[in-house]
Design a protein around this ligand. Structure first.
Ligand code: PLP
Length: 419
């Protein structure tokens, strides 16, 4: 019997979880909509890139075909209504209006565009957290090196994650130009309390930028509740959209304050006189003229799919699978589950003593089990605090099953002492 056969045979068949938020019928439909699942792949890497459901794939393929048949510009013109509907769907997903959504290439671009709307002078302060995403930390450090801005990281709660009271104290002390926080950092299950921080920022009238890259699609998002001025996200993760697409929410406050990215193009503004320009009235001033239209249509479809599937129930189902994964992993000899925080999401990280996580991921992939690895350089402060060099990351979604999680855990056991 093959390794996979042994693994599957040793794990009891259980296609949906008792008491789960997704019914067996819904689970069947979600799985039927997901081609790789139907072909037997166990995809537990939704924090890397979720699997696109069929309607998203169809929207992209159909537009590429339109470009083939009509020409790129002509195809985009023919889809104006559908493109507008994509903005509406993304806006509905985050509780915004279409005019406040900018379509961009990915979450990093969204975040950078927002950050570049501020013109820091030496001594200005940006408040952030120890757990902010690696690329955001690099952007802060680059800004500090080039402009003299000071980066202040608020303190953490004893149970993990940024402490809103520390953010409040930092704001009172530093009078920052901006507070920027990653909601769900990529390298663990931590959920940071962004709504609490949003309330504090609003009361202090400090602009608030949220990185919601790992949150969108697994947590309900309402920019009104978050009180944020910018929210950056990507299409491809728990939202199950395509790679190479993302979006940025921009508040009316920021639009009215004439905030715009440092480098604008003919999409962002009109050139109205040799030495003058007029910014677009809406969030399109954060976009570029050239667009991957097929991907924007795919992102709109992914937002509609998430809304139709029910983000709240699906997110709870994904988190229940993560709870199960943590419990199973904790039973293995030599395995240390690394997730800490008052509230955890559908990202599970575990260190296997003396084993490089990259090797584990490779071996699992040979068995058609997708996971990923996280390393010290991806989250320096957090990994050092946990004294971990690398960790396997398992990120289930609502279309996964406990059985798939169990098979992955069984495969990981091979690396444990006595395995
Ligand atoms: C929390 C977080 N923020 C930002 C990003 C960057 O997203 P993108 O690769 O779409 O630019 C990631 C990617 O993993 C992430 O996990």
């Amino acid at each position: 019997m093959s390794w996979f056969g042994r693994a599957a045979a040793s794990v009891p068949a259980l296609e949906s979880d008792p008491g789960a938020d997704v019914t067996p019928q819904e689970l069947e439909r979600f799985r039927a909509d997901t081609p790789a699942v139907a072909h037997g792949r166990i995809h537990l890497n939704n924090a890397g890139a979720g699997l696109m459901p069929r309607p998203v794939i169809a929207a992209i393929q159909q537009h590429l075909e339109r470009e083939v048949q009509l020409g790129g510009y002509e195809a985009a013109d023919a889809q104006q209504e559908q493109l507008a509907a994509s903005y509406e769907a993304v806006a509905a997903l985050v509780g915004a209006r279409a005019r406040n959504i900018a379509m961009v290439e990915n979450a990093t671009v969204a975040f950078a565009q927002a950050l570049s709307a501020f013109d820091p002078v030496p001594g200005d302060v940006i408040i952030t957290s120890n757990n902010d995403y690696v690329s955001n930390q690099l952007m802060y450090l680059s800004l500090a090196r080039r402009t003299g801005v000071r980066i202040v990281r608020a303190g953490d709660l004893p149970e993990g994650g940024v402490d809103p009271e520390s953010v409040r104290a930092c704001i009172a002390r530093e009078r920052p130009a901006l507070v920027a926080i990653t909601w769900v950092p990529t390298n663990s299950g931590l959920i940071q309390p962004v709504a609490d921080i949003g309330r504090i920022c609003r009361a202090a009238e400090v602009p608030f930028l949220v990185d919601a890259c790992q949150a969108v699609g697994q947590l309900p998002v309402d920019v009104g509740v978050l009180g944020c001025d910018f929210l950056a996200a990507t299409a491809r993760k728990f939202l199950r959209g395509p790679r190479g697409a993302g979006f940025l929410f921009v508040s009316d406050r920021m639009l009215e304050a004439e905030r715009a990215p440092r480098f604008i193009d003919m999409r962002a503004a009109d050139w109205v006189a040799p030495d003058d320009y007029r910014l677009a009235a809406d969030a399109r001033r954060f976009e570029n003229w050239e667009f991957a239209y097929a991907l924007v249509l795919g992102l709109g479809e992914a937002a509609r799919y998430a809304l139709g599937a029910d983000v709240v129930g699906c997110g709870e189902a994904a988190r229940a699978l993560a709870v199960h994964a943590r419990a199973r992993l904790a039973e293995l000899p030599g395995v240390r589950v690394l997730d800490r925080g008052p509230e955890l999401c559908a990202i599970v990280t575990a260190e296997i003593a003396g084993v490089d996580a990259g090797r584990v991921v490779e071996r699992l992939r040979e068995q058609a089990i997708n996971t990923s690895a996280t390393f010290r350089g991806y989250a320096l402060i957090d990994m050092d605090a946990k004294q971990a060099a690398s960790a396997v990351r398992i990120s289930p979604h609502y279309y996964n099953t406990r059985r798939e999680v169990d098979i992955a855990v069984f495969a990981i056991e091979e690396f444990c002492p006595g395995g």
